[in-house]
Ligand binder design. Structure first.
Ligand code: ATP
Length: 298
């Protein structure tokens, strides 16, 4: 019997190892978003930014010779919240891709705490920034492991705190298996708003000095949107935040709003000063308000 048990036991071990490795490869590809062109230089620094000040300095960028961003300059001071708004296709998400070095800028520089991000290891850069993307990737695993992914060494206590701050507590309590519920392709499907809150909980656990929030284009119901906004306010405390916003109502409290049009900054200021300036921002604000009123009265 023992002679049979040992090889079977070994096979079981091999099966679990392979399954684990496949799951890791799956995670790796979904997270790296398949951008292998950027390679660390041998002198790249493993720099740990402390303040998290961001600066875009005269950044220009083209996709296959099609100019997308032209001479874009703005700063996000440490601990402040800056929002980028503009028409669809203005280049907002491209700014985030450049910040993550999915591509390198053609001209100018992006800096964190004064360091050009091209001089940092990609590991250091990704540790410095937590992102809440438009569409969060969920692994075929339990909800708690999906959240803990933000920092695998986090204790249960820390995970519980992140769940609370991300306003996921009520949702998790409503599930029969609580945080052990399987999610992802082969498990429970989460709504867009719930997925974004999982990403917020991950970002809280990660604890990076810079937070990037790429707001989903599709609108959420207003309760879900409010839950996300108040969760974001929790994460933003003590962090530098860069928000790409589609709904202007979500960024009226931003310290600075950068308005992009066809890859160029056309206005910068806070909500009040931009309304007074009566330019593109004021126009976008009026259009969104009209749409909202039309929606409410239909
Ligand atoms: P939206 O509000 O619709 O999300 P956006 O302001 O975020 O738009 P970007 O996604 O930055 O706009 O896109 C800017 C322009 O770059 C668009 O015209 C888009 O078609 C183009 N673009 C985006 N990604 C690529 C790519 N990988 N290759 C080529 N062109 C691209």
């Amino acid at each position: 019997m023992m002679q049979l048990f040992l090889p079977l036991n070994f096979l079981g071990f091999v099966y679990r190892e392979i399954r684990g490795a496949l799951a890791n490869i799956e995670r790796m590809f979904s997270l790296l978003d398949k951008h292998p062109m950027i390679v660390d230089s041998p002198q790249a620094l493993d720099f740990q930014p402390s303040k998290g000040e961001l600066s875009f300095e005269q950044v220009s960028f083209s996709y296959d010779e099609r100019p997308i961003l032209r001479d874009v300059s703005f700063k996000v001071a440490a601990g402040k919240k800056v929002a980028v708004v503009g028409d669809s296709g203005a280049g907002k998400s491209t700014l985030i891709k450049l910040l993550f070095r999915f591509y390198d800028v053609d001209q100018g520089a992006i800096k964190i705490d004064g360091q050009d991000i091209r001089h940092l290891t990609q590991d250091a850069l990704r540790r410095a920034i937590a992102i809440v993307p438009q569409d969060t990737v969920l692994f075929n695993d339990s909800l708690v492991e999906n959240i803990r992914y933000g920092r695998p060494s986090a204790s249960d206590e820390e995970v519980r705190n992140a769940i609370k701050l991300a306003h996921l507590e009520q949702f998790i309590d409503s599930l029969a298996q609580g945080w052990d519920t399987k999610v992802g392709e082969r498990g429970l499907k989460l709504s867009g708003g719930e997925k974004q809150r999982v990403a917020i909980a991950r970002a809280i656990l990660k604890g990076s000095p810079v937070l990037v929030f790429d707001e989903a284009t599709s609108s959420l119901d207003s309760r879900s949107e409010q839950a996300i906004l108040s969760a974001l306010r929790e994460v933003a405390k003590g962090h530098t935040s860069l928000v790409v916003a589609h709904r202007l109502s979500t960024i009226v409290d931003a310290d600075q709003i950068v308005v992009l049009s066809q890859g160029e900054i056309v206005e910068q200021g806070n909500h009040q000063t931009l309304l007074l300036a009566n330019g593109l921002y004021a126009k976008l604000w009026r259009i969104q308000n009209e749409q909202q009123h039309a929606h409410l009265s239909s």
